[in-house]
Design a protein around this ligand. Structure first.
Ligand SMILES: Cc1cc2nc3c(=O)[nH]c(=O)nc-3n(C[C@H](O)[C@H](O)[C@H](O)COP(=O)(O)OP(=O)(O)OC[C@H]3O[C@@H](n4cnc5c(N)ncnc54)[C@H](O)[C@@H]3O)c2cc1C
Ligand SMILES: NC(=O)c1ccc[n+]([C@@H]2O[C@H](COP(=O)([O-])OP(=O)(O)OC[C@H]3O[C@@H](n4cnc5c(N)ncnc54)[C@H](O)[C@@H]3O)[C@@H](O)[C@H]2O)c1
Length: 505
């Protein structure tokens, strides 16, 4: 019996030894597999990180070390391109074109490119203005050819003589004109807007809004809490529920909650952000699910959302709005009014339209063909970006950017055509100029409290992300990728890290 027990226990022992052995042989294999997976992932991440850092540093170095500027003589025999503007369309073209092929002159009253997608973040200091602007002198020195920059406003274009007149009276002749002067804020002729509102279109608008915000907060801090005068100073009204208005309202509310609320909660308690929109919903370019999410999010964060209220007039510090349903009128006091009701036509654009009355019949913008040539001046004037009106092309940076890239390719072929002698070669080359095709990659909008709505398209696939976490990171990554120089990408990333560590100013 003892022997059989011993046999049983010895067989148990053998089983347990075998099983332990098995475990000990199996376990390390699993650990090895796991650890090799983590190692591989870690090494891949490190490799990708190092490559991205290396590439970023190389781009930064290259950007900051331009090649020697060729003399003006080198351009004398080349065809002349005059580009009007230093915005999305003009600068994308400049970055993509072979600058050695043409004599290029860039004319703009603005000596910098402005990365508009992050402009709403600038007045409250989420990003610095320097991080979202790039000097034209840097941008004109990125290619091997010579690009001349004239900091002037163009006042007149004569398509017949192929000349542009500048504000200082200088006249420039061109073989090809790229008309990309953008748009100006639209007030729809509503009285009192120009005199009393702030816009958010240019870098200078951000500076004046920032100063006004600082001034109002300082003045209000000296007044008794809850007083009507203090509440008026701290009432921030944004008109227009398009992406500019929504992002501006969201950034203002973030600033009140995260900065004013932290250092002076009593002052924050008297602040109020109101968003006024004439239609029944904000952000019309997104689908219902997304704009409803955005609306709920804004309201939850404390923004007073007034839908179906049309702004009627502004007198001093009071805006009158009318309800579209019951026609009731509200007079709202404000300390700051931000006007964001969309785009209007610039005087120079209206002037150009008036010179081509038979073909330029739409007051909303310049009409172009599928090769971006201005109707009525085909072959010599191209019009790009917000100054144009073309079905299916929204006035966005995305459209202007793709148009700039397309035109650079067109000019490459055109230079070959200009140098070709055989009619058959010219005809063959001309057939290479395809129509412009816009590839819509979606739309993104920041809605406050590190949340965003993203409608991302790739071919026929559509991804919708809403809210915090991943959606916010997608929004941040997309805008970092869009920033046009390595310098701005680097500074924007630093600003975001800075806000997380030490807040805004
Ligand atoms: C706050 C804000 C946020 C935005 N965010 C986004 C976004 O996230 N995504 C997106 O796709 N779009 C966005 N947009 C829209 C986008 O900025 C525009 O569609 C884009 O700037 C249009 O490019 P453009 O080159 O036609 O005009 P602009 O970029 O406006 O450039 C026009 C240029 O012409 C110059 N100019 C003006 N008058 C003259 C003249 N008489 N002579 C010579 N030059 C002249 C101007 O100084 C400027 O340099 C935003 C717009 C704003 C205002
Ligand atoms: N995140 C982004 O992708 C982004 C950000 C900003 C601008 N943009 C683009 O720039 C262009 C301009 O955008 P925007 O937001 O400045 O203008 P917008 O034209 O997109 O929106 C203006 C809004 O103002 C409203 N409005 C007009 N008059 C009004 C009034 N009197 N009272 C109340 N509401 C009134 C309109 O109904 C509209 O909703 C658009 O094409 C937009 O897509 C894109």
């Amino acid at each position: 019996m003892f022997a059989s027990r011993l046999r049983a226990s010895s067989s148990q022992l053998t089983r347990s030894v075998i099983s332990k052995r098995l475990q000990s042989t199996i376990k390390p294999v699993a650990v090895v597999k796991k650890s090799s997976f983590f190692k591989k992932t870690l090494y891949s991440a490190l490799l990708a990180g190092s490559l991205a850092t290396g590439l970023g540093l190389y781009s930064l170095y290259k950007e900051q070390h331009p090649v020697a500027l060729p003399s003006a003589e080198t351009n004398k025999t080349k065809k002349k391109i005059v580009i009007l503007g230093s915005g999305w369309a003009a600068i994308t073209l400049l970055k993509s074109i072979d600058t050695e092929l043409y004599s290029i002159t860039l004319v703009s009253p603005r000596d910098h490119f402005l990365f508009t997608p992050l402009l709403p973040s600038a007045p409250v200091g989420t990003v610095a203005l320097e991080s979202i602007t790039e000097s034209v002198s840097t941008l004109t020195r990125q290619g091997n050819g010579r690009v001349d920059f004239i900091q002037q406003e163009a006042t007149d274009v004569n398509p017949e003589t192929k000349t542009v007149t500048l504000k200082n009276g200088v006249e420039l002749s061109y073989d090809y004109l790229v008309f990309s002067v953008g748009a100006q804020p639209n007030t729809f002729g509503i009285p009192g807007v120009y005199e009393n509102a702030n816009f958010l279109k240019e870098a200078s608008d951000s500076i004046s809004l920032k100063n006004k915000l600082k001034e109002n907060l300082q003045k209000a801090a000296e007044l008794p809490a809850q007083s009507a005068e203090r509440k008026k100073l701290l009432s921030f009204i944004v008109v227009g529920g398009g992406p500019t208005g929504v992002e501006t309202a969201a950034e203002l509310q973030d600033y009140i909650t995260e900065e004013v609320g932290k250092w002076n909660p009593e002052l924050a308690a008297d602040c109020k952000v109101t968003l006024v929109e004439g239609l029944g919903n904000i952000l019309g370019m997104f689908d219902k699910k997304m704009y409803t999410y955005a609306q709920d999010h804004l309201v939850k964060n404390g923004i007073d959302l007034k839908l179906r209220y049309m702004a009627q007039k502004v007198v001093d510090n009071v805006i009158t709005v009318k309800n579209a349903d019951d026609q009731s009128i509200l007079d709202l006091d404000f300390g700051i009014l931000v006007w964001a009701t969309g785009n209007g036509t610039r005087p120079i654009t209206a002037n150009l339209m008036s010179k081509l009355p038979e073909t330029q019949t739409n007051r909303r913008g310049l009409q172009i063909n599928k090769k971006l040539e201005l109707l009525g001046a085909e072959g010599s004037i191209y019009a790009l970006g917000d100054c144009t009106f073309h079905p299916g092309f929204l006035p966005t940076a995305q459209v202007a950017h793709q148009e700039g890239e397309y035109l650079a390719e067109v000019f490459k072929v055109k230079s070959e055509i200009d140098n070709a002698k055989e009619p058959a070669t010219i005809e063959r080359l001309q057939s290479h100029i395809q129509d412009f095709k816009y590839d819509h990659k979606g739309a993104l909008c920041y809605i406050g409290e590190e949340s965003a709505i993203n409608d991302i398209r790739y071919a026929s696939t559509k991804w919708n992300f809403m809210g915090k976490g991943l959606s916010f990171k997608v929004w941040q990554s997309a805008y970092l990728a869009m920033a046009i120089t390595a310098r701005t990408k680097f500074l924007i990333a630093c600003d975001w890290i800075k806000v997380n560590l030490v807040g805004r100013q």
